[in-house]
Write a protein that binds this ligand. Structure first.
Ligand code: GTP
Ligand code: MG
Length: 696
C-alpha cells in the first residue's frame, strides 16, 4: 500500500447503536474500493471486519477493527466499532485514534440509545462527524422521521446533504443536494450508478434543503456571506467549502443516506468522508506528559516532530502473532527503530510493521505521521502504552473507558486450575482495558468486573480457546461483617494439666458496641496484678484472633471495645500462650451474649434515566431494598441517587438495560456498612451452616 502524507489521511470511526449496520457498511465500502472482491454478510460470518471467531459465532462486532481504502487520492482508515455496550472498551479505544466519526442510524428505528451515547462521546471531544441513515431499503424505513429525530435529539446542527430516492424496497439512489444531481444505482449490489437529474417529485424538497445549507454556509464564512449577499447564490464549490468548514468546526453535522446490504449511496458517503472530515493535522498538536517531571508539553502534529505513537489495541493469536496496533500521532515509526515504552519504562526494538486490513497484514517499512498500523512481537507494549524516543519519555493520556459496572465470581470447572485461570485472565486484561480482576482472600473468590453479561461470555470463551481452561460464573460473594448490639461480660479460663508443666490463664472481660467504622479498642482495667502485665498483650492478641471469624456466619468481627477487668494466674503454669487462649475463649463466650448481628456493605449508586422510565427504575430500586436519597433533572434526564445493599445489586446493569432499552446507566461506590435485617440475616446464617456442614 502506498504511503500517504498527513494531509491525505482520514482516520474515521464507524459508531452507533447496535445492529445499525456499521460492519455491513464497512463491507460495502471495502468492496467498492476493491479491497475485497465480494460483499460478505453478517449472517454468513464472512465479513472482513467481523472475522473473529467470537464475532462470527455471535453475529455481532466484539472488537474494533481497522481496514484502509484509497479514494480520490486519499487514504481512509476505517475503524469499525462494536455497538453493544458490553464492548465499550473497544469503541473508546477507536475514538482515541480518529479525527472523524460516522454515526450510523437505522432508518427503521431512528435515533436510539447507542446513537445518543456515541454522539455524546464524539461531541465531548468535538470530533467532526457525519450521520449516516442506513437500512434505507428496509420495509419501515422512514427518512423524514430520522431527520426530525436527529434534529430534535442530537441538535439542529444535523442537516441532510443527501436525500433518498425512494424508500423501503423502492430505495434506489441518492440525491446530492450540493451538486443538484441524483445517482441511481444498479440493482445488483455492485455499487454502480448513473448520474441523473433530480426526479421531479424531489426537486422542491432538494431546493428547500439547499437553501438552508446555503444560508448556513454563508453564515459560517465572512467571504462567502459577502458573495451570497451580492449575488444571492453560491457556486457548488463555495457551498461545499463553507459546509466542510462548518463540519470541521462542529457547527454542521451532514446527514447522508445508504443501504449497506444493497450497496446504495455508499460511494457518496465515502466522498463526504474525504470532503468533510479532517486529516490528522486537524488536531494541530498533542498533549503529552513527561514521565520524569510530570510536566505537560504540547507537541506539534508533524513529520519532523518527535515520534509519539500510541498502542490502542493488542491482539495475540496463533495465526497472526502478537500484534500491537499503533496510531502514530507525530514523527514516524520505522522498522528496526529503537523506541521506548514510557509506561513500562523499557526499550522496544521495532521489528516488522504492517498496515492491517481486518486480520490481513500488509507489509510496510514505516508508519507515517497520522497513520495507523501494527507492529509485531513487541516485548512490553500493552494497550494504553506510548512508544517514543527514550530521551523524550512522553506519555499520551489513557483511553477514556467507563469503569466496569457489573461483577461476577468465577470458579474453574476443574478443581485446582485457579492459577491457570488467573494467568489467562491477566493476559486477556493486557488486551482489554474494560475489565478488572480481583482475587479476594477474605472471600476466597476471584471476582471479575466488566461491562455486561456478553462481555463476560466473551472473556470466558477466550479463556477456553486460548488457555484451555473452563470456568463458571457464580454470584460474587458479599463481604459481610459481624458486630455486637449489646454489652456482655464473660470469663475465659484456659487450664490444662497433662504431665510436666501445665497451662493456666484466666481472664474476665467485657465487650461493648462501638459506632460503625470505629474498629476495635482494647482497654486494660486489671488492678492488683491479677493478670500479670507481661501477659496482657497476649490476651489482646487472643481476642483479635477470635475476631477473624464471627459466631454467626464466620465473618470478620468489627466495631467493639473489649475491656479486660480481672483474672487470675498461676506462678508456674501461666504463659503468653495460655493467656492468649483464655482471651479467645472469654471473647467467644461474651460474643454469644452480646446480641451479635450481621453487617452488610451498602453502595451509593447514581442512575441516569430518561423520564419515561423513571417509575420502573424507582420501583425496581425499592424491590432491591434501596433507599432513594434524591432525584434531580440533569441534561434532559433524571439523576437518581440511592443507597442499595451490594447483595441486591447482582446483575443490576443487565436489568437496568432491559428495563430501559439500554437508555439508562449507573455507577456505584461503596458507602458504608449497615445491619442486615433480621429475616435476611437468618437466611445467611442458615446458608453458612449448610456450607460448613457440606465442607466438613
Ligand atoms: N436490509 C438491510 N439490512 C442491513 C443493512 N445493514 C445491515 N443490515 C443487517 O443488519 C444486521 C446488523 O448488521 P451489522 O452490520 O452487523 O450491524 P452493526 O452495526 O455492525 O452491529 P454491531 O457491530 O453488532 O453493533 C445484519 O443482519 C445485516 O445484514 C441494510 O442497509 N439493509
Ligand atoms: Mg458491527
Amino acid at each position: 500500500m502506498k504511503k500517504y502524507e498527513i494531509s491525505e489521511l482520514r482516520n474515521v470511526a464507524i459508531v452507533g447503536h447496535q445492529s445499525s449496520g456499521k460492519t455491513s457498511l464497512c463491507e460495502a465500502v471495502l468492496f467498492n474500493a476493491g479491497v475485497i472482491n465480494r460483499i460478505g454478510k453478517i449472517e454468513e460470518g464472512n465479513t472482513l471486519m467481523d472475522s473473529d471467531s467470537e464475532e462470527i459465532k455471535r453475529k455481532i462486532s466484539v472488537y474494533s477493527n481497522v481496514a484502509a481504502i484509497e479514494h480520490n487520492k486519499k487514504k481512509i482508515n476505517l475503524l469499525d466499532t462494536p455497538g453493544y455496550e458490553d464492548f465499550i472498551g473497544q469503541t473508546m479505544a477507536a475514538l482515541k485514534v480518529i479525527e472523524g466519526g460516522i454515526i450510523v442510524v437505522s432508518a427503521e428505528h431512528g435515533v436510539e440509545s447507542g446513537t445518543e451515547k456515541t454522539w455524546g462521546y464524539l461531541a465531548k471531544d468535538e470530533i467532526p462527524r457525519i450521520v449516516c441513515v442506513n437500512k434505507m431499503d428496509k420495509e419501515h424505513a422512514d427518512f423524514d422521521k430520522c431527520v426530525k429525530d436527529a434534529q430534535d435529539t442530537l441538535g439542529k446542527t444535523v442537516m441532510p446533504i443527501m436525500l433518498p430516492v425512494g424508500q423501503g424496497s423502492e430505495f434506489r439512489g441518492v440525491i446530492n443536494i450540493l451538486k443538484k444531481k441524483a445517482y441511481i444505482y444498479s440493482k445488483d449490489s455492485k455499487g454502480t450508478f448513473k448520474e441523473e437529474d433530480i426526479p421531479d417529485q424531489m426537486v422542491d424538497k432538494a431546493a428547500e434543503w439547499r437553501q438552508k445549507l446555503q444560508d448556513f454556509a454563508a453564515e459560517s464564512d465572512d467571504s462567502l456571506l459577502e458573495k451570497f449577499l451580492e449575488s444571492g447564490e453560491l457556486t457548488d464549490e463555495e457551498l461545499s467549502r463553507g459546509l466542510g468548514a462548518g463540519c470541521r468546526q462542529g457547527t454542521l453535522v451532514p446527514m447522508v443516506v445508504t443501504s449497506a446490504t444493497t450497496n446504495v449511496g455508499v460511494k457518496q458517503l465515502v466522498d463526504m468522508i474525504v470532503e468533510m472530515l479532517p486529516s490528522p493535522e486537524w488536531r494541530h498538536e498533542i498533549e503529552v506528559k513527561s514521565v520524569s517531571s510530570d510536566e505537560i508539553k504540547t507537541i506539534k502534529i508533524d513529520k519532523g516532530s518527535p515520534v509519539i505513537s500510541f498502542v490502542f489495541k493488542s491482539l495475540s493469536e496463533k495465526d497472526i502473532g502478537d500484534m500491537s496496533y499503533l496510531r502514530v500521532f507525530s514523527g514516524e515509526v520505522t522498522g528496526s527503530q529503537d523506541l521506548y515504552n514510557s509506561n513500562e519504562e523499557s526499550s522496544e526494538r521495532i521489528g516488522q510493521l504492517f498496515f492491517m486490513q481486518g486480520k490481513k497484514k500488509i507489509d510496510t517499512d514505516s508508519i507515517p505521521t497520522g497513520d495507523i498500523g501494527a507492529a509485531v512481537k513487541l516485548k512490553t507494549a500493552k494497550v494504553n502504552c506510548t512508544l517514543c524516543k527514550k530521551r523524550d519519555s512522553f506519555l499520551v493520556s489513557s483511553i477514556n473507558c467507563p469503569s466496569p459496572s457489573i461483577r461476577t465470581g468465577i470458579i474453574p470447572k476443574v478443581k485446582g486450575e485457579m492459577d491457570k485461570v488467573g494467568m489467562g485472565l491477566h493476559k486477556l486484561a493486557d488486551e482489554d482495558i474494560s475489565f478488572s480482576i480481583e482475587s479476594n482472600q477474605q472471600l476466597r473468590q476471584t471476582i471479575l468486573s466488566g461491562q455486561g453479561e456478553q462481555h463476560f461470555d466473551v472473556i470466558i470463551s477466550r479463556l477456553k480457546e486460548r488457555y484451555n481452561v473452563e470456568v463458571e460464573m457464580v454470584p460474587p460473594k458479599v463481604e459481610y461483617l459481624e458486630t455486637i448490639s449489646a454489652a456482655a461480660s464473660a470469663q475465659g479460663k484456659h487450664k490444662k494439666q497433662s504431665g510436666g508443666r501445665g497451662q493456666y490463664g484466666d481472664v474476665h472481660l467485657r465487650i461493648e458496641p462501638l459506632s460503625r467504622g470505629e474498629g476495635f479498642k482494647f482497654v486494660n482495667e486489671v488492678v492488683g496484678g491479677n493478670v500479670p502485665t507481661k501477659h496482657i498483650p497476649a490476651v489482646e492478641k487472643g481476642i483479635i484472633e477470635a475476631m477473624e471469624g464471627g459466631v454467626l456466619a464466620g465473618h470478620k468481627i468489627v466495631d467493639l471495645k473489649a475491656t479486660l477487668f480481672d483474672g487470675s494466674y498461676h506462678s508456674v503454669d501461666s504463659s503468653d500462650a495460655a493467656f492468649k487462649a483464655a482471651g479467645s475463649k472469654g471473647f467467644k463466650i461474651a460474643m454469644k451474649e452480646a446480641k451479635p448481628v450481621l453487617l452488610e456493605p451498602i453502595m451509593e449508586i447514581e442512575v441516569f434515566v430518561p423520564d419515561e422510565h423513571m417509575g420502573d427504575v424507582m420501583g425496581d430500586l425499592s424491590m432491591r431494598r434501596g433507599k432513594i436519597m434524591g432525584t434531580e433533572q440533569e441534561k434532559g434526564q433524571q439523576r437518581i441517587t440511592a443507597q442499595v445493599p451490594l447483595a441486591d445489586l447482582y446483575r443490576y446493569s443487565t436489568s437496568l438495560r432491559s428495563m430501559t432499552q439500554g437508555r439508562a446507566n449507573h455507577s456505584r461506590k461503596f458507602s458504608h456498612y449497615e445491619t442486615v435485617p433480621h429475616e435476611q440475616a437468618q437466611k445467611l446464617i442458615a446458608q453458612f451452616k449448610k456450607e460448613n456442614e457440606e465442607s466438613d
